[in-house]
Design a protein around this ligand. Sequence first.
Ligand code: SF4
Length: 311
Amino acid sequence: MNDETQRTGHIFGPVPSRRLGRSLGIDLIPHKTCTYDCLYCQVGHTTDKTAARKTWVSVDEIIAELKEKLSSRPDCITLSGSGEPTLFAGCGELIKKIKQITDIPVAVITNGSMLSDKQVRSELLDADIVVPSLDAGDEEIFQKINKPAAGITFDEMLKGLIDFRSEFKKDKYWLEVFFIVDLNDDDAQVEKMAACIKKIAPDKIQLNTVTRPPADDVKPVSRERLAEIAEKFGKNAEVIADFKAGQADSEFNAKDDDIVEMLKRRPCSLEDVAAGLKTPMNEALKHIESLIKAGKIEAVRQNGKIYYKVV
Ligand code: SF4
């Protein structure tokens, strides 16, 4: 195995993403720091709910890690991770510096709450793809679903999304809308959201729903209802919910167990794991990264080569 397949401190992947291709992720935020505490969050409840921006790591440190991974030739470099990436105060500097070392497109996946801040908006102008969220058509549902930090209001959040549209001249401003049964899928709420979306004027509207275990007990909206809502949102709307994800998760966990069993017998390289699972190397790497993150296995270097072993 060579260095490009290692996970480094803040960089993960490339991982396959339906929207972004092979995406090399940059996790800038400590788990779990966010401006929201969404009912549907898949990375657990927010433990540090804040709208205060901070620099948790130096931009140069991230750039050094990123340089090590560029040979993996991702389709996209994505600022995302286990919290709200725009809370990282060095976002603008980071995007600028990424642009100086590569022409791979930079995407930012954000909940959009910080776009009400002019400084944040100006920092994201150098990104190529910006994907904010909107899950409500009014303050009441916004509070119920997103549970924002004190001081963040629905009207200000919406204004930030609209203002960014007028400043971001590129054609990849994609709005993600997440639906939950009995919370925001009724006609009245859908109409309110449609009116907001008209004002935001994103290039695409992507409809999603619960397909993996969320932070709270919330239920998915059916594929049929999402298709109906997409019609109401207009021709730029599409359903991106991966209804096979739940099934895929159980297959994923079964393969994780196989890897742990394999590594209990002897440390293995990425190639050994891929051959053992009869799976492509990028698939095997996803499992390895997930197991490292879960603290079940670790990477060790021996004779210049990386092996994995159980912790
Ligand atoms: S904005 Fe994203 S990271 Fe934050 S709580 Fe919501 S889903 Fe989780």
